[in-house]
Write a protein that binds this ligand. Structure first.
Ligand SMILES: NC(=O)c1ccc[n+]([C@@H]2O[C@H](COP(=O)([O-])OP(=O)(O)OC[C@H]3O[C@@H](n4cnc5c(N)ncnc54)[C@H](OP(=O)(O)O)[C@@H]3O)[C@@H](O)[C@H]2O)c1
Length: 321
């Protein structure tokens, strides 16, 4: 798999990242079974075999078990840590944390950020994260407090680089005003079925607008050298199966283009993201080794300008205005 330098960092990353949300077993069980463990190891090893070197976590994934199972693998193969980029996220708290009556909430307080990272490092069995992201914007954020937490994590060597997830341009701008370290990543949902950040630039000032406003987030990130990562890049599987939200014409076009480019349907879907000049990094989440391999074929294609818009038109059910 090809690699590139994540802008503003010394990190050399693969085209695709592997998302670890679907490894580590069931959300409603405290155990990781042997079968779930081998599913996780097979998926991680398949990703490594394809040259994927960036692994995306969050403290909440499968209530910590995604990081735990990954940390077990790192313990078994200590050399692996230096060959990969480890990224995790914090800031979401479930209902019941820490008291039974505590509500679900976002929390960018100093203590929560620091304690979350301590837990992440313990579960992953590592001394440091390469990248820490703030998972979802906290409406009650105090940017100076985030800055203090980031400073502590950076100076103690626990986190090397920082970023955000699901943040719009104004929210990133506010944080950047306070935080000393560069914000190098914004992880957002983008796929052919979730195009709002792309559509807002196309539909701006159109009377047909089907979006609630324009945040200019993609252009902001391009301007400020903030890499966009796309979560759910294959729309959690909905782009492969008729009747799950993807227009039939889109599914047909993806299949036709896979034939024309002599590649996989996964590569066409992911190629729609990598073709975008913002250098969007898809974070794939399949645990199926064959699908991981099919996804890696994205490296061998570059969609034409025309085909990129063909896919956009088929996804929206009409051509651009
Ligand atoms: N920042 C955030 O707020 C946020 C939110 C959600 C996710 N994420 C990150 O993004 C990563 C990816 O998210 P995701 O798992 O939703 O992404 P995804 O890659 O769009 O979807 C993966 C899902 O699609 C299914 N799938 C993949 N290929 C398929 C095919 N050919 N046919 C049928 N089903 C197929 C997979 O099932 P199989 O495993 O059976 O193949 C899996 O359930 C996560 O792991 C996490 O790291 C971040």
């Amino acid at each position: 798999m090809k690699s590139f330098k994540i802008p503003g960092t010394d990190l050399e990353s693969s085209t695709l990242a592997y998302g670890c949300m679907n490894i580590g077993g069931k959300w409603n069980s405290p155990e990781i079974t042997d079968a779930e463990r081998s599913t996780a190891y097979n998926a991680i090893n398949a990703a490594l075999d394809e040259g994927i070197n960036l692994f995306d976590h969050a403290d909440i994934y499968v209530r910590g078990k995604s990081e735990l199972v990954f940390g077990e693998l790192l313990r078994q193969d200590p050399g692996l840590r230096n060959r990969i980029i480890l990224q995790s996220k914090c800031g979401i708290r479930f209902a019941g944390d820490p008291q039974p009556h505590s509500p679900a909430r976002y929390d960018f307080s100093y203590d929560h950020i620091i304690n979350s990272v301590e837990g992440i490092l313990r579960r992953l069995n590592t001394s440091h994260l390469d990248i820490l992201l703030l998972h979802r914007p906290d409406a009650l954020v105090q940017p100076a407090v985030v800055a203090r937490a980031f400073d502590h994590l950076f100076k103690t060597g626990k986190v090397r680089w920082f970023g955000v997830s699901n943040h719009h341009a104004g929210q990133i701008d506010l944080l950047k005003n306070y935080v000393d370290q560069p914000l190098v990543i914004n992880q957002v949902e983008i796929s052919l079925l979730h195009r709002s950040l792309i559509e807002e630039g196309i539909l701006f000032n159109q009377s047909t607008v089907g979006i609630s406003g324009s945040s200019g987030t993609i252009d902001y990130c391009r301007k400020h050298n903030i890499m966009l990562q796309a979560w759910s890049p294959v729309a959690a599987g909905k782009l492969f199966v008729r009747g799950r939200g993807a227009p039939d014409a889109l599914i047909q076009l993806i299949s036709d283009l896979a034939g024309a480019y002599r590649t996989s349907v996964e590569a066409i879907i992911l190629g729609w993201l990598t073709r975008h000049p913002a250098q969007i990094q898809p974070i794939i989440g399949t645990v199926n080794p064959d699908r991981i391999k099919a996804s890696a074929m994205v490296d061998d294609i570059e969609l034409s300008h025309e085909d990129w818009y063909r896919l956009l038109g088929a996804a929206r059910g009409e051509s651009v205005p």
